[in-house]
Write a protein that binds this ligand. Structure first.
Ligand code: HEC
Length: 148
């Protein structure tokens, strides 16, 4: 009777493997330095971990009711200009993300260069299952208001 105890173990393994292949995995966060990360992505990731991670968390999940998610956020569907403007100038007042209302303060990052904003926005638009095109420094320059 050696085989019997192995069956539940196999069933468990199948469950774990099946669970890992679901759409809601965050394999990028589990292994941020995975092979194939190009220098531009690494730069965006470094900027994210330096400037954004305290509120939006390493896997972009945010904290429901306090900090909205970036992973799977329907706010990102509104186009890159709105995302760039939010990063440059922050956001205050009620905002609804994925059906949950937030009313916090997102600080602005206008002190970052166009290249840095483009890198970090490209990072959030292409991480954790998000799959939007990269943003260029010229796109940031186009959104940034002229110096006063
Ligand atoms: C101090 C906490 C904090 C930091 C740091 C922060 N955010 Fe936010 N962020 C917020 C809050 C709070 C909101 C919602 C603002 C509101 O309620 O009006 C938000 C909203 C957003 C949104 C729009 C809503 C969404 O979830 O899609 C984006 C995009 C975003 N932040 C990106 C960033 C990026 C990129 C950085 C780093 C450069 C960053 N944030 C840094 C707190 C923060």
């Amino acid at each position: 009777m050696q085989a019997a105890p192995r069956l539940p173990l196999i069933a468990l393994l199948v469950l774990v493997v099946a669970g890992c292949s679901g759409p809601a995995t965050d394999e990028g966060a589990a292994n941020p330095s995975a092979a194939g990360v190009d220098p531009a992505t690494a730069r965006g990731q470094n900027l994210y971990f330096a400037n954004c991670v305290a509120c939006h968390l390493p896997a972009g999940t945010g904290l429901e009711g306090a900090f909205p998610p970036l992973a799977g956020s329907d706010f990102l569907e509104g186009g890159p200009e709105r995302v760039i403007a939010t990063v440059l100038y922050g956001n205050e007042g009620p905002i609804t993300v994925n059906g949950v209302q937030y009313n916090g303060v997102m600080p602005g990052f206008a002190h970052l260069t166009d290249e840095e904003v483009a890198a970090v926005v490209t990072y959030i638009l292409g991480s954790w299952g998000n799959d939007y095109p990269a943003v260029q420094p010229a796109d940031v320059a186009g959104v940034r208001a002229p110096a006063q």
